[in-house]
Ligand binder design. Structure first.
Ligand code: PCA
Length: 214
């Protein structure tokens, strides 16, 4: 049987945090008989993260790419629908760069849509009782930058590959310092496993009303 290859990318800690829930989740995911997982830790650095991703895509040629990042303040898993061709950094990245109103990639389209079956994933999460929504903005920081770069690579070089981005809330130990919502590592990890299973399904996406979207 063909064992599908999945690349999971997860960002390192940033903005003074000592951990990134995305990385903690990725560390807990394991390959199975059906799926070979490749885990890639990415720097929270404009351009550098895209160069690393591009190299790894070429090396591994995965069937599916799940990019994960932290969205502190959000209360649910956020299945990102769209990435825009804008860098507008509220804070410097981990190398001190702070681009304001620049393009992620010059002469590329204004936006790309996720190539993941978002509604199928959302339904699977809700069926498992895991809070999740479809998000219509991945922001304008490094996560949007990575999602845009990923989708540009898929559109221009890897038409068969599926991929997209999921934002996750703070862990409880982080939320204490921010008076913000959080989700347990166990629930988030299960959520990403549920999403993976749904995304590996070959049928077209479901047509459903998303319910909560922002
Ligand atoms: N979240 C940030 C960048 C890295 C991460 O995990 C973002 O949402 O842009």
């Amino acid at each position: 049987m063909y064992r599908k290859k999945v690349l999971i990318t997860a960002f390192e800690a940033f903005a003074g945090e000592t951990t990134n829930p995305a990385l903690e989740i990725a560390r807990r995911l394991t390959s199975t008989d059906e799926v070979e997982l490749i885990i890639l830790r990415l720097p929270v650095v404009f351009d550098l993260c895209l160069g690393t991703l591009s190299r790894e895509l070429k090396t591994h040629q995965p069937d599916l790419v799940f990019a994960l990042g932290q969205a502190g303040g959000r209360s649910m898993l956020s299945l990102e629908r769209v990435a825009i061709n804008v860098n507008d950094a509220r804070i410097p990245d981990n190398e001190g760069q702070q681009p304001i109103d620049t393009c992620v990639i010059d002469n590329a389209p204004d936006a790309y849509f996720s190539k993941l079956p978002l509604k199928r994933m959302l339904k699977a999460l809700h069926d498992e009782g895991i809070p999740a929504h479809i998000s219509n903005s991945a922001g304008t920081y490094v996560c949007n930058h990575l999602m845009f770069g990923l989708l540009h690579l898929l559109a221009t070089s890897y038409p068969e590959m599926k991929g997209g981005f999921i934002h996750v809330p703070f862990l409880p130990e982080q939320a204490i310092n921010h008076a913000a919502p959080s989700m347990s590592l166990e629930t988030m990890t299960r959520g990403i496993q549920v999403c993976l299973h749904a995304a590996l399904h070959d049928a077209p996406d479901l047509k459903l009303v998303a319910g909560v979207t922002h």
